[in-house]
Write a protein that binds this ligand. Structure first.
Ligand SMILES: [Zn+2]
Ligand SMILES: [Zn+2]
Length: 197
């Protein structure tokens, strides 16, 4: 806030000190600003007005358009990032759904496979229980005493039956499936899909 009167000397401000960029009075020029470069305040005002007009022109012609262009670029960049974020999110959701569906399918496959193994195992146990029961029956019937009392025909029939039993009860090869369905860590969708068929 510049007053028209020097607050120090109470004289009109008619000089402009270029070094201090201040309006000063004639007394100021004689004392404080003695060694400084100065011009008439009115002339300084005219020069400043010219500069001001030029700067305003520069601002409107160059600075403002530059800033507007920059703002537009920033807005476009923001929209691009927002669009990319949306696409990424959709991609992630789709992948998540794919993984859930693959893991669900895989669980069913593993469960089915376990149930199948159990069924086979049950079948083997039942068959072996029957075989053991039959062997025990035959063994008790074929005591030494029974054999010595049997006729030739009976002995032949017994031998035929026994040899057939001995062939039948050759121990069953009980080998269970031990496939590795799933390795924890990275989930490869393609691999999962291949495993699920
Ligand atoms: Zn003064
Ligand atoms: Zn000065």
């Amino acid at each position: 806030p510049l007053s028209e009167i020097c607050t120090e000397h109470n004289e009109t401000l008619i000089i402009f000190c270029r070094d201090c960029k201040l309006p000063v009075c004639t007394e100021c020029v004689r004392t404080t600003h003695k060694e400084h470069e100065w011009i008439q305040l009115q002339k300084a005002g005219q020069l400043m007005r010219k500069k001001l007009a030029q700067h305003r022109k520069d601002m409107v012609k160059t600075h403002l358009p530059n800033f507007m262009a920059c703002l537009e670029k920033a807005r476009i960049a923001k929209e691009t990032v927002q669009r990319q974020r949306k696409e990424k999110m959709e991609e992630i959701v789709a992948q998540r759904d794919e993984i859930i569906s693959a893991v669900t399918g895989l669980s069913q496959v593993m469960l089915d496979s376990c149930n199948e193994d159990l069924k086979i195992n049950d079948g083997i146990i039942t068959q072996m229980e029957n075989d053991v029961a039959e062997l025990e029956t035959v063994a008790s019937k074929l005591q030494e005493s029974t054999l010595s009392c049997a006729s030739d025909t009976e002995a032949i029939q017994m031998e035929i039956r026994l040899s057939s039993i001995l062939q039948k009860t050759v121990p069953v090869d009980v080998a269970f499936n031990t496939k590795i369905y799933f390795i924890p860590g990275e989930i490869d969708i393609d691999q999962l899909e291949n495993m699920l068929g």
